[in-house]
Design a protein around this ligand. Structure first.
Ligand code: ZN
Length: 112
């Protein structure tokens, strides 16, 4: 078993960094760390996160929006006629529809 490299994103810096977290099971990984750049909170974005460019404000807004709705780029598979996972939205406008369409897959659905 290889150690996981988890991606953490700081929405203040619009920056992401990887952190190797050893061999702990994924559910033991911290959901947030301190951003090494600014000291604010950096959120665990899982292993599939592809960060936007630092200055791409719109893309970072989209990522933040998805994150706030419980989507951290986890794989979403709908039924079994789709061998591949659902693609993540390209824009904030698409993301608004996405979080509604796939709300059953949100990691936040069991919260509150
Ligand atoms: Zn930061």
């Amino acid at each position: 078993m290889t150690p996981y490299n988890m991606a953490f994103a700081c929405f203040t810096c619009q920056k992401s960094f990887k952190k190797s977290l050893g061999k702990a099971p994924p559910n033991k990984y911290p959901s947030q760390l301190t951003c090494p750049n600014c000291g604010e909170i950096a959120y665990n974005m899982g292993r599939h996160f592809k960060p936007p460019k630092k200055n791409d404000k719109k893309q970072w807004e989209k990522v933040r929006f998805l994150f706030d709705h419980g989507f951290r780029f986890q794989k979403i598979r709908v039924g079994n006629q789709y061998p591949d996972s659902v693609p993540y939205p390209e824009t904030l406008e698409e993301a608004r529809k996405f979080v509604i369409k796939y709300q059953a897959y949100s990691e936040r659905k069991n919260e509150i």
